[in-house]
Design a protein around this ligand. Structure first.
Ligand code: ZN
Length: 327
């Protein structure tokens, strides 16, 4: 195995370095994974160019990762080498109240791959052995890497308590909005996607909402204060708004009208990331074809093209971009 690899390193917010790094060594309880595909998402744009609450520098980003186990840490009980895997991006303690309630994404000692520890914008990544989910033989890497964004959508839909026959409004027809839509359709909900961009709206079959239209569940899948305000205003009685997308630090925040929440018994619930079990659920949905993901990939690029890829995400002139660190 090579002792060096190509990697993206962020040392100061606003820029990154592309170059050779030493391949990291797995310790006890860890494995070394050779990265096959890493997904680029809007969070990476935010992380590299404007920073993120959970980012600890210097850092190799990349939280959507699939690959092949290349080496086990010392004292490993089973030999995983050669196994194709999806990596759950969290590292959790398993002991705190959040972990014990099944919400390890809220672990008080949470360490997210690509944020608190190095991620998949590199030839290799070291991860906890317990964060691996093996892939089904018929699930290819490009489909499997959607398990991460789809897991976050599953968490949001769970927290929304959406049921079959209910009406859901989703703001934004980017990759996340599209995955939310397909998940809600799979559940049997009646889905409306609100998207100002005509091309994106057409691709997803989105629609304009009529004034006064009400939804049982509203999810802004775009980091825009205006979308939050619109979503809040279109909640039905007992409706649930999911705060799914983070808002830019400088955006105007629109406080909920607590009197309206009171009179209409509405709920606002946050959703951030995903738990390990959501990764397993996502891979089952992808592998069984229950949620189609392959058509969402608009570009497959070498990792060395990251800067151009980030520009495309910033300009919203792409859907999902998959990066290959081995090219
Ligand atoms: Zn914990």
């Amino acid at each position: 195995m090579n002792s060096s690899m190509k990697a993206v390193t962020v040392s100061t917010i606003g820029s990154f370095a592309w170059g050779d790094r030493d391949v990291p060594r797995p310790e006890a309880g860890q494995v070394l994974v050779k990265v096959a595909v890493t997904g680029l998402c809007r969070t990476d744009l935010k992380l590299v160019r404007s920073g993120h609450r959970d980012l600890v520098l210097p850092r190799i980003p990349g939280e959507e990762v699939v690959g092949v186990v290349a080496e086990n840490g010392p004292g490993a009980v089973q030999n995983n080498v050669g196994t194709r895997v999806y990596i759950y991006p969290g590292e959790w303690c398993g002991l705190c109240p959040a972990c014990r309630s099944g919400a390890e994404n809220l672990c008080r000692e949470m360490r997210i791959m690509g944020f608190h520890r190095d991620g998949g914008f590199a030839g290799y990544v070291v991860v906890p052995e317990k964060s691996l989910i093996p892939l089904d033989d018929q699930c290819n890497f490009h489909d499997a890497v959607f398990a991460e964004p789809l897991s976050c959508c599953i968490n949001a839909i769970e927290l929304s308590r959406l049921t079959a026959g209910e009406r859901i409004g989703i703001w934004g027809a980017g990759p996340a909005g599209t995955l939310l839509k397909r998940l809600a359709c799979h559940i049997g909900a009646d889905v409306v996607v609100i998207e100002p961009d005509g091309e994106r709206r057409e691709r997803i079959g989105g629609q304009e909402t009529a004034a006064g239209e009400r939804f049982d569940v509203c999810i802004p899948a775009v980091g825009d204060g205006g979308a939050y305000l619109a979503a809040l205003g279109q909640l039905a009685p007992r409706g649930r708004l999911v705060a799914f997308s983070g808002l830019p630090a400088n955006s105007a925040h629109h406080a909920a009208d607590y009197n309206l929440l009171h009179y209409y018994e509405q709920t606002v619930v946050g959703a951030y990331g995903c738990a390990l079990r959501h990764g397993k659920m996502a891979l089952d949905l992808i592998t069984s074809g229950s949620v189609i993901v392959s058509d969402l990939v608009s570009h497959r690029l070498p990792l060395s093209a990251l800067d151009a890829a980030l520009d495309m995400v910033a300009g919203r002139c792409c859907m999902k971009i998959h990066l290959n660190p081995q090219e």
